[in-house]
Design a binder for this molecule. Structure first.
Ligand SMILES: Nc1ncnc2c1ncn2[C@@H]1O[C@H](COP(=O)(O)OP(=O)(O)OP(=O)(O)O)[C@@H](O)[C@H]1O
Length: 267
């Protein structure tokens, strides 16, 4: 087997609260392979987002990484100088968070936002950025002419597609999606995620996917990790985790949702 793209080793993350230090993520270890869709499941507050932010060191105080390693191609991101890390963020690891829609600048036309990102990370000219942006808009199903519009001229679903398109424009090796479509209605959510999966199949990037929707996770992901109160209690192939869970909590998690045909039928 090829070496994994990302290896998380013994990651511990805490928050400093008025009541003292609170350990939100406790010695978590898992790998994400190249081209793999890895899902992180678990109830609200179990530490999923804390991990997502810690990977690219975007955790904000009072969060602090108490220990562990985050190896991207063997290089520990937790120990990389800030300047080197800037080159990893977006360029090698793209991030689409729940609040991604807010990450668009309301005062800039979308074309300019593409150029901003592409010129910074790849030195692209305006014409090169425009060409790339048109290509990306085509991929996410938005007419190229709309690159001249401002964010407020798009629906929430379209804005989320735009953020994904900007993220994909840099061809990252890994995309972290933390509840990327939660704010959208169910039909639009599915549409967008199906599109991401199509793109993943054609472009081969890896995905760390975090959602409350376990069915969706089982349909989309190759492997799943299950978290409980800051610990990773189970990790494995989607079929094993959904059909023959080892941990009692995983069984309860699946038991809490109605069974649908095709459940666990990931690629
Ligand atoms: N800024 C903060 N200060 C203190 N504690 C925090 C802070 N942010 C998160 N936590 C705590 O850390 C724990 C993990 O939170 P986290 O957001 O990672 O969970 P999650 O699994 O992503 O939840 P959700 O699915 O609701 O997004 C929770 O107990 C949460 O209350």
């Amino acid at each position: 087997m090829n070496a994994p793209l990302l290896q998380i080793r013994d990651l511990s993350v805490g928050y400093l609260t008025d009541d003292g230090a609170f350990r939100a993520v406790k010695n978590v270890s898992f790998d994400i392979g190249r081209g793999e869709l890895f899902g992180l499941a678990g109830e609200s507050g179990c530490g999923k987002s804390t991990i997502a932010y810690a990977i690219t060191r975007l955790s904000k105080p009072p969060a602090w990484v108490a220990g562990g390693e985050v190896l991207l191609d063997g290089e520990d991101l937790l120990r990389l100088p800030e300047a080197a890390l800037q080159k990893v963020r977006w360029r090698r690891i793209g991030m689409v968070f729940q609040s991604a829609m807010n990450s668009l600048n309301p005062l800039m036309r979308i074309e300019a936002q593409f150029h901003d990102v592409l010129s910074r990370h790849t030195g692209a000219s305006k014409a090169q950025s425009r060409a790339r942006a048109e290509e990306m808009f085509k991929l996410v199903g938005i007419p190229a002419a709309r690159l001249d519009n401002y964010p407020y001229q798009f629906s929430g679903g379209m804005r989320q597609r735009i953020v994904i398109a900007i993220c994909l424009a840099l061809q990252p090796e890994l995309i972290i999606m933390d509840e990327p479509t939660t704010a959208l209605d169910v039909v639009v959510q599915r549409e967008i995620l199906e599109q991401v999966i199509d793109l993943q199949r054609s472009h081969g990037f890896s995905v760390l996917f975090i959602t409350h929707d376990l069915h969706l996770m089982a349909q989309l992901c190759h492997r799943i990790g299950v978290m409980l109160k800051g610990e990773l209690v189970e990790v494995g192939d989607v079929r094993q985790v959904s059909r023959a869970p080892v941990h009692d909590y995983t069984r309860r998690l699946w038991g809490a949702i109605p069974q649908l045909p095709g459940h666990g039928a990931a690629a």
